[in-house]
Design a protein around this ligand. Structure first.
Ligand code: AMP
Length: 283
């Protein structure tokens, strides 16, 4: 497993692999790796990739909140050990911000996708998806993978990146991995470590609320179900940002053509901002 800090060194390795006709899959992360991240490596492997590249970079451009950026867990030695132990990873790209943003973050060319970036998470995290689209574009231009592997846990991000790749004619296939959950169904997340013991014991109410809505969903009762879930979360110590049912293909409010729904939520519990979603078909 090669560990590389310079983008020039990544390009050098990738060029050799491509010359040999190998299929390259890329798993971008912000580190503090858990089984959710590792499942994406497995997905890359089973998809037939010959080479797997993982990046670890806490992208300052996508943090709307400086505190969150400063305190985001930085655990590179543990992450590298986890990747080594897991196996199947050929190269880990661990860039320095200076290498990716040599002129800083001001006056930077940015990539944005106006139709989806101010909705749901974008509404509460201004500039977040612009930061995501910009870094994903930059990383893709360095790694130039055949396959980009993303998690469904960040459902809006997944749809936005897919849309961006289509709009900008990237020749990259997107693979999406299902959400990996803890013993009580709480979605694994690097931010779960901010939960106190007491908060952790209650945290799966977010998942249970989504499950409740999915299992009882009828379009006529959507608002009642959502309002009840919001109240339930907020009386149990959550600060709900949103909980919504949308068309799973477009993220628009469901309409006559909707065949697949997604219920998505974001809520703070203590210092941790938790997000989760469940996709379900029309009954
Ligand atoms: P992050 O390090 O949080 O930026 O996440 C890197 C990638 O891992 C993204 O594509 C996420 O959607 C994915 N991911 C994060 N948590 C999970 C999870 N619990 N299950 C599956 N994929 C995940």
């Amino acid at each position: 497993m090669l560990i590389v800090e310079q983008q020039s060194a990544v390009r050098h390795e990738i060029a050799k692999w491509k010359a040999a006709g190998e299929i390259i899959a890329f798993v971008p992360t912000m580190g503090n790796l858990h089984n959710g991240h590792l499942s994406l490596i497995d997905l890359a492997k089973t998809s037939g990739a010959d080479r797997i590249v993982v990046s670890i970079f806490i992208n300052p451009l996508q943090f709307d909140n400086r505190e969150d950026f400063v305190h985001y867990p930085r655990t590179i030695p543990d992450d590298l050990n986890a990747l080594r132990e897991h196996g199947d990873v050929d190269l880990v790209f661990v860039p320095e911000a200076n290498d990716l943003y040599p002129n800083g973050l001001q006056s930077l060319t940015e990539v944005r996708i106006p139709s989806l970036e101010n909705d749901l998470c974008g509404k509460y995290r201004p500039g977040h998806f612009k930061g995501v689209c910009t870094i994903v574009t930059k990383l893709l231009n360095i790694v130039m993978p055949h396959k980009l592997v993303l998690g469904q846990k960040d459902y809006q991000q997944l749809l936005i990146v897919k849309q961006m790749l289509m709009d900008l004619n990237f020749d990259t296939e997107v693979l999406s991995g299902e959400t990996i959950r803890d013993y009580d169904h709480l979605a694994l997340s690097s931010r779960n470590r901010y939960l106190s013991r007491d908060e952790r014991a209650r945290a799966n109410l977010l998942y249970r609320s989504l499950q409740h809505i999915r299992d009882r969903f009828s379009e006529a009762q959507t608002e009642d179900l959502l309002e009840q879930a919001r109240q339930d979360l907020d009386t149990n110590g959550f600060r709900t940002e949103y909980i919504e049912v949308r068309d799973a293909d477009t993220l628009e409010p469901p309409g006559q053509n909707t065949s697949l729904y997604v219920v998505l939520a974001a809520a703070y519990l203590g210092k941790a901002r938790l997000i989760d979603n469940l996709v379900f078909p029309k009954a």
